[in-house]
Design a protein around this ligand. Structure first.
Ligand code: PDD
Length: 289
């Protein structure tokens, strides 16, 4: 079956999906995006992802390109047309097409909206979660507004590649004080020796992950203690457990950092519990396919 993309008002065959070369996303990275999980034919936490999209756009002094209800319709329709039951949906909004100039265009231009869907191999992810993943650390050399989900991901791209080159699955950014900020495309967590879950507080230094918010809700529901504070690499290495959260991996155990094992080097019980509980706590939308 052929893949379909939604591009600026039209559903087009994936292979033919195009944006203009003077789109400000392409020229200047002037845009934002969102990624939402599709599970059992339904969208996971769509409402919260759309709220974050709205916030990212407002930080760029932009508004939603279409109404929330129209966007929800387009998302469902794109999932339906691709018949993806387990996968991801990507939304990308850029300021639109204009003659190249750093400042905003003086004329009113239409924001560009692209929606794509892709299937995920859930079995493969489950297998990875059974053994856990390795991460490396890299200096956090990103700009000061990583709370905005912008399409400008070069430091994240380079970090992820460095991880790949080192045989690891992800990279954790570390600030100039030796404290972990977040993963290249995820939020970072540890479980201390006293069974306290620790993750960096929301600020302009991290993207406030939707999965992170849900994980916090689960922890509170299960009467676990959550501390929102920064932790060092040394503290992570001495922890009982480490894990990361993201829409693409939900709750993923981290079993080593820079080649050093965390505890026994196996996924821990707290991480496993959060992973099992995840879809019981996240907001699951109506079945689309
Ligand atoms: N990334 N931090 C960064 C830098 C991210 O890129 C992401 C998500 C997260 C976790 O956010 P959430 O739980 O809402 O997915 C944190 C997406 C999945 C991506 O770029 O593919």
């Amino acid at each position: 079956m052929s893949r379909i993309a939604y591009v600026n008002g039209q559903y087009v065959p994936f292979r033919e999906a195009r944006v203009h070369i003077e789109d400000r996303g392409y020229q200047l990275g002037d845009g934002v995006y969102e990624v939402c999980e599709i599970r059992n034919g339904a969208l996971v936490d769509e409402r919260r992802h759309l709220l974050r999209l709205e916030r990212s756009l407002s930080e760029l002094r932009m508004t939603m390109p279409v109404t929330q209800s129209a966007l929800r319709f387009v998302m469902a329709e794109t999932v339906r047309r691709n018949r993806v039951k387990d996968g991801l949906i990507y939304l990308q909004v850029t300021r639109g097409v204009a003659r190249r100039d750093h400042g905003f265009p003086e004329e009113v231009i239409k924001a560009a909206l692209v929606v794509t869907v892709r299937a995920l191999d859930r079995k493969k992810i489950e297998k990875a979660a059974e053994v856990g993943i390795a991460v490396i650390t890299v200096p956090d050399d990103r700009w000061g507004r990583v709370d905005i989900k912008t399409i400008g991901l070069l430091p994240n791209v380079l970090a992820r590649q460095k991880a790949k080159d080192a045989g690891a699955k992800d990279a954790w950014f570390v600030d100039s004080e030796g404290l972990v900020t977040e993963g290249a495309a995820s939020n970072a967590w540890i479980v201390t020796k006293d069974d306290v879950l620790v993750t960096r507080p929301s600020s302009n230094r991290i993207l406030t992950g939707i999965t992170r918010t849900v994980a916090k809700e689960i922890a509170i529901k299960l009467q676990m203690t959550v501390e929102e504070r920064a932790f060092s690499v040394a503290e992570a290495l001495a922890a009982n457990e480490a894990f990361l959260t993201s829409a693409t991996q939900t709750v993923m155990p981290v079993i080593s950092i820079d080649g050093h094992k965390i505890a026994s080097g196996k996924p821990g019980p707290v991480t496993k519990r959060l992973r099992e509980e995840f879809h019981r706590t996240a907001e699951i939308g109506p079945k689309i396919v």
